[in-house]
Write a protein that binds this ligand. Structure first.
Ligand SMILES: Nc1ncnc2c1ncn2[C@@H]1O[C@H](COP(=O)(O)OP(=O)(O)O)[C@@H](O)[C@H]1O
Ligand SMILES: [Mg+2]
Length: 228
């Protein structure tokens, strides 16, 4: 039986991939069978006629996953825009059945699967005659989420909004991970306190700039994953 968690963020570029890399590194250092999956990635680099899914490649490199990163992402787009727009331009619509199939096949390989989202929690994946949102993927795969948030000014607002939106959709939030955290910065320390107070969700790790470690025990990380 496998376990999985969905890593989202308060926005794009907040550090979901960076944090996922550190999580996978920690689990795999503890000899845990840990893998990575991403449903849709846009802005892929082309090399030798092949689209390289940068997020998956980064996580594999940091954590020592030997798998071809292309097999860990279901929909890879070159155009660096929201997946729904890239999908329309490249005429390759996202399809939940394929996502579920690909995720299920990873379940036969890995015990702990870290699923990285695209953008923030509100992210359209397909908008044509059909609408598929990122949250539909979370629901279809039956996952709980962890939110990567910044430690900087503005993070209370974006983190509380993300948690409230998740609650509205009945998506369980297991924890917040604060990125670019500096424990000597009184505002970062206060942001952490206020986020916990106003969301009721624990900050389970605080990651500093260029950190090589997630800063939480593997046992704590493992508790974020739910049986799937
Ligand atoms: N704690 C950190 N220290 C140094 N660089 C970071 C850190 N977090 C993120 N970055 C860098 O910031 C950029 C965006 O982060 P990334 O993890 O790709 O964001 P997301 O996956 O949320 O879009 C990347 O170049 C990444 O290496
Ligand atoms: Mg990413």
């Amino acid at each position: 039986m496998s376990r999985a968690v969905f890593i989202t963020g308060t926005s794009t570029d907040v550090g979901k991939t960076f944090v996922s890399g550190l999580i996978l590194k920690k689990l795999r250092a503890g000899k845990i069978s840990a893998g990575y999956y991403k449903a849709a990635l846009s802005g892929a680099e082309e090399a030798g006629g092949i689209l390289i899914p940068g997020d998956a490649k980064y996580v594999c490199d940091v954590s020592g996953i030997k798998e071809n990163p292309q097999t860990l992402v279901s929909f890879i787009y070159k155009t660096p825009v929201s997946p729904h727009l890239a999908a329309r331009i490249e005429r390759q619509p996202v399809d939940l059945e394929k996502i579920e199939r690909d995720f299920n096949s990873l379940k036969s390989v890995y015990e702990y699967i870290t699923v990285e989202g695209s953008g923030g929690l509100v992210c359209p994946l397909r908008v044509d005659d059909k609408i598929i949102m990122l949250t539909d993927v979370i629901k279809r795969l039956n996952l709980d989420i962890v939110i990567v948030a910044s430690s900087l000014l503005g993070t209370i607002n974006s983190t509380v909004l993300t948690v409230e939106y998740a609650k509205k959709l009945n998506i369980a939030v297991k924890g917040v991970i604060m990125n670019y955290f500096d424990e000597n910065d009184f505002m970062h320390m206060d942001n952490k306190k206020q986020i916990e107070k106003f969301t009721g969700v624990p900050v389970i790790a605080s990651v500093s700039k260029n950190s090589q470690d997630i800063g939480a025990e593997a046992e704590v990380i493992k508790r974020l994953y739910k049986e799937v």
